[in-house]
Design a protein around this ligand. Structure first.
Ligand SMILES: *Cc1c(COP(=O)(O)O)cnc(C)c1O
Length: 378
């Protein structure tokens, strides 16, 4: 059996170990510490925003943002459907209800048409969402101009779920900096990996201070332990922040490598009948976290599952596209707004799409193995 090729494995360089050693030598093996402070500062500077709070996960970051925006029982939140469930779980933690919005073909992200219809319906019922969570899928920014125009028109704040899109941009502005809050994830498979972690960012420093307070068990400023509110244990460890600082130094290289991997797939497979790759919207630059393609069922004899089986037989890990959240059993009965009245784009992408190995440490040799397997089966 040939060695396994993973979808998006960790890619750790020398800086990470140096910085972790610094954390050990200074004996800051703790939640909080100088590495955490530096990581927050350096990431905020990298994306060009006023402040950042390092947390134990991207999901925790969304949770704090929702709480700050006052989302609670009886409220609803408009959410992207074509994404990972971590984007929406915090809506449920807050006792609110998600309403799912479809994606559009150009960016695979939230459809302005569907969002507009959802707002129009809210106008009818008088029940407006407390927030809109907009995801940047597979490293590509959503189409923010029309989306933000709508949200501003209805005066509803936006949380930008940039968990997958650190380092990407939209019209030259960094992914994660478009909403009232932005969030990133540093989970093991993301483009910046601390084994697990996340970041909440905003230009509103006061809001960030409140979230930092909640994330640290809501400790009132007093020598003894005093609490007037309930918080969470959501902060990032100083050791993991050291890994994150090292990863951040490589980030531009990692993006270049992932984009090169994407380009090679397109070069070798792009002219095959029935195959299409996830487009890069002209409005932005994707970090190409994962290379994703779709198979047209009318022109390609194989389904994504058959292709994934063929890859698996050669010890290569692929994945289907995220199953849309409005199709998940746990969200059965939720409201859903498709892109067009009878065109459910996210379900189409789910049934036709698959993700290929895209790690920035994928060698040309290994990528050739993936390409050869695909050429054989397709
Ligand atoms: C990974 C991910 C999250 C959750 O991040 P965690 O750090 O794993 O909690 C949320 N949204 C999207 C789109 C993600 O890909």
């Amino acid at each position: 059996m040939q060695k396994r090729i993973y979808l998006s494995p960790p890619h750790i360089g020398k800086y990470e170990q140096q910085l972790v050693t610094e954390a050990f030598v200074s004996n800051w093996i703790a939640p909080l510490g100088p590495q955490v402070d530096a990581f927050e500062r350096e990431l905020a500077e990298y994306v060009g925003i006023q402040g950042a709070v390092a947390l134990c996960s991207g999901t925790a970051a969304i949770h704090l943002a929702l709480r700050y925006l006052g989302v609670g029982p009886g409220d609803c939140v408009f959410c992207s459907s074509l994404t990972f469930i971590g984007s929406v779980c915090p809506v449920i933690y807050q006792g609110a209800e998600p309403i799912f919005i479809d994606s559009e073909p150009d960016s695979w992200n939230m459809s302005p048409l569907a969002l507009e219809r959802a707002f129009k319906d809210a106008e009818q019922t008088g029940k407006f969402p407390k927030a809109v969570i907009i995801v940047n899928l597979y490293g590509q920014s959503a189409n923010f101009d029309p989306l933000l125009t709508l949200c501003q028109q209805y005066d509803v704040p936006v949380i930008e779920d940039a968990a997958e899109s650190l380092g990407a941009s939209y019209k030259g502005k960094a992914s994660g900096t478009f909403g009232a809050f932005g969030i990133y994830s540093f989970n093991g498979n993301k483009i910046l990996n601390t084994s697990g972690g996340g970041m909440l960012v905003s230009d509103d420093r006061e809001a960030l201070e409140k979230c930092r307070f909640w994330a640290t068990q809501a400790r009132d400023p007093a020598r003894h332990y005093q609490h007037s509110e309930i918080g969470y244990n959501y902060r990032l460890s100083n050791v993991l922040a050291a890994i994150g600082r090292g990863q951040l130094r490589w980030l531009d290289d990692r993006i270049a490598e992932r984009r090169r991997i994407f380009d090679r797939y397109v070069e070798q497979l792009g002219n095959r009948d029935g195959i299409e790759f996830m487009p890069e919207a002209p409005t932005g630059r994707s970090n190409r976290w994962l290379t994703v393609l779709t198979l047209d069922p009318h022109r390609c004899p194989l389904t994504p599952n058959q292709v994934l089986d063929a890859l698996e037989q050669e010890n290569i890990e692929g994945r289907p596209v995220w199953k849309p959240l409005h199709l998940q059993p746990v969200f059965a009965g939720s409201l859903y707004y498709p892109h067009e009245e009878h065109a459910d784009f996210s379900t189409t992408v789910f049934t036709q799409g698959l993700c290929l190995p895209s790690g920035s440490n994928l060698t040309e040799e290994d990528q050739d193995r993936v390409i050869a397997c695909l050429q054989r089966v397709l």
